[in-house]
Design a protein around this ligand. Structure first.
Ligand code: C2G
Length: 134
């Protein structure tokens, strides 16, 4: 069984995330998603709309996702790859090169991001349009 892992915040889940998760799953047979906790997100300078539990529930509902684990720090990736016997690590190419150190432990794949969609953009447009509609 070929096991794949990917990491992220996945707030306001959108089709860009779904594309990534489906392409990550297609790299093997089993997909682990390490989901950033609310505490780790504040370290990343991200404030989530949905809590960790809500974001976890949404990912667990996806056919492409087999297991969701917490991502609590930057340094857990090597341990995760070992613990879950991961064959392939996948991230969007906005991270290209950043995790090449994992090549000593597994295959590292950076996939092209889905253009034109991001959680930040959704929040900004809602703020702009929301204000206009009041
Ligand atoms: N993504 C994508 N296309 C988009 C938006 C996001 O392919 N339009 C991908 C990102 O490249 C990433 C994944 O979806 O691989 C999750 O995106 P985020 O939730 O923004 O993840 P991020 O905050 O980059 O966290 O340790 C790694 C970090 O946890 C990554």
């Amino acid at each position: 069984m070929k096991k794949v892992i990917t990491y992220g915040t996945f707030d306001l889940l959108h089709y860009g995330h779904i594309n990534l998760l489906q392409r990550a799953k297609a790299q093997g047979d089993y997909l682990v998603v390490a989901l950033s906790t609310d505490e780790f997100n504040s370290l990343k300078g991200k404030k989530c709309y949905f809590t960790f539990e809500q974001r976890k529930k949404m990912l667990e509902a996806l056919r492409a996702v087999d297991l969701v684990i917490p991502e609590t720090c930057w340094e857990q990736k090597v341990a995760d790859v070992k613990e879950f016997h991961i064959d392939t690590f996948v991230m969007g190419d906005d991270w290209k090169g950043k995790f090449d150190f994992l090549k000593d432990y597994c295959e590292v794949v950076y996939l092209p991001r889905t253009p034109e969609i991001s959680t930040t953009q959704i929040k900004e447009e809602l703020k702009k349009n929301g204000a206009a509609s009041h």
